[in-house]
Design a protein around this ligand. Structure first.
Ligand code: AMP
Ligand code: GLY
Length: 415
């Protein structure tokens, strides 16, 4: 089969590495891909949201299946348009991707179908939002309704901070239309984890749980980022917790989406907080997580292409997972998540036992690999324990010249 993966990050590189192992793949393409992806697939110069061009490419090159990495093309209707063009795609329709595209929609769905999540209220009026915040007190969480590249969430420690967030979103329109509605949410206490599943309509096949470290610096200091490292599985998230989250969150969501006439096909990602009352949803994504994918897919023993085909055909893919822990540390450009330089030459990383390297933001210029994003690489390891995996990754990182880049030293630790 000829397979096309849409995207350019570490998530897509991991998907492609896994697909490259499949016996049934004849040609692999990535649009637009990156410097690392080019080792496994033909990269084509089409951006993620140039849907017409992607459709033309898929037709001409007889693409049998397209997999979509990032959220933006999903919300622009890539799955709908591919299907209309008679092309097979593993991705949610625009109507189904609203689960990620609108936090208000997601909260209303959870409320309607009894899916555990933080208490909330939605507002378009700043004065009403402020009154609610005064009555509720802090800490409290303010979220822009729409997509805001991971920047639309403010966990306010004080009422003053929360009021400022309301002004920034509703009055100063910091996120334009994406922040015209806000969700004000109860602050949840607990440990976070991510649970992704392959979903087709009412069928839900969960992956192993992962934990992402979102803050930029050690000990969870510094600004929020797309994720600075991750590991899977997560010891404190027991199989009972995973079963509960599968039934009460993922299955109920898939079923609710069917009832709402928004049948879901694709990857359903629940960002969860393990609270004293059990797991509660923090957010939904309608795609693979980044960097979770870089530590979850390396442990999948099945042929990924076959899994996707089985799930879409209504068959149980019988997922099997390697009994090891994968841990990945993000190497980011100095300055990320703020301003950073691009085109810094990448260090050469010698392959070491049990390690792997995923490219997140790189490109090849005149035959040389250079940085091309905030998050540049993920250096990962698979070992028999999280301690060993962490040791292996950090030993590998020590041997690399990371001038111009930085990484957290405590991925896999308690923060
Ligand atoms: P998000 O961009 O939705 O992933 O949110 C960013 C981060 O904000 C999450 O990873 C959590 O650490 C935090 N967060 C979001 N919602 C809540 C909540 N209701 N209670 C506590 N922390 C939250
Ligand atoms: N790691 C969180 C996300 O992919 O949105």
């Amino acid at each position: 089969m000829n397979v096309l993966v849409v995207g350019r990050g570490g998530r897509e590189h991991s998907i492609l590495m896994k697909l490259a192992e499949s016996e049934n793949v004849s040609s692999l393409y990535a649009a637009p891909g990156n410097g690392g992806i080019a080792q496994h697939a033909t990269c084509i110069d089409i951006n993620e949201t140039e849907i017409d061009k992607l459709i033309d490419f898929a037709k001409i090159n007889k693409i049998d299946l397209t997999i979509v990495g990032p959220e933006n093309p999903l919300l622009e209707g890539i799955a709908d348009q591919f299907k209309e063009a008679g092309l097979k795609v593993f991705a949610p329709t625009k109507k189904a991707a609203l689960l990620e595209g609108s936090k208000r929609f997601a909260k209303e769905l959870m409320q309607k179908y009894g899916i555990p999540t933080a208490g909330y209220a939605t507002f378009t009026n700043a004065e009403k939002a402020k009154e609610y915040i005064h009555n509720s007190g802090a800490p409290i969480v303010i979220k822009a309704d729409g997509l805001a590249s991971g920047k639309g969430v403010v966990v306010a420690e004080t009422v003053a901070e929360a009021l400022e967030a309301v002004d920034s979103m509703l009055v100063n329109k910091a996120f334009a239309e994406a922040g015209e509605t806000i969700v004000v949410e109860e602050f949840l206490i607990g440990k976070e984890f991510s649970l992704m599943a392959f979903v087709h309509e009412g069928n839900v096949y969960p992956m192993i749980p992962a934990r992402d470290h979102k803050r930029a610096y050690d000990n969870d200091a510094g600004p929020n980022t797309g994720g600075m490292g991750a590991f899977a599985p997560v010891e404190d998230i027991t199989s009972d917790i995973v079963s509960y989250a599968t039934t009460e969150v993922l299955q109920k969501t898939a079923d609710g989406m069917l009832v709402e006439e928004r049948p879901f096909t694709g990857i359903l990602y629940a960002g969860l907080m393990q609270t004293a009352d059990g797991p509660k949803v923090i957010e939904f994504n309608t795609r693979f997580g980044d960097p979770e994918t870089q530590v979850v897919l390396p442990l999948l023993e099945n042929d990924l292409l076959q899994v996707l085909l089985d799930v879409q055909a209504g068959k149980n893919p019988q997922l099997k997972w390697e009994k090891r822990t994968a841990l990945g540390v993000v190497v980011a450009s100095n300055g990320y998540p703020g301003h950073y330089e691009k085109a810094i030459p990448l260090p050469t990383i010698k392959p070491a036992k049990n390690t792997y390297v995923v490219h997140s933001g790189t490109k090849k210029v005149a035959g040389k690999l250079v940085s091309d994003g905030g998050r540049v690489l993920v250096v990962g390891a698979k070992e028999s324990s999280i301690e060993l995996a962490s040791q292996t990754v950090y030993e590998a990182l020590k041997t690399i010249d990371t001038e111009g880049f930085y990484y957290r030293n405590d991925i896999g630790g308690n923060s």
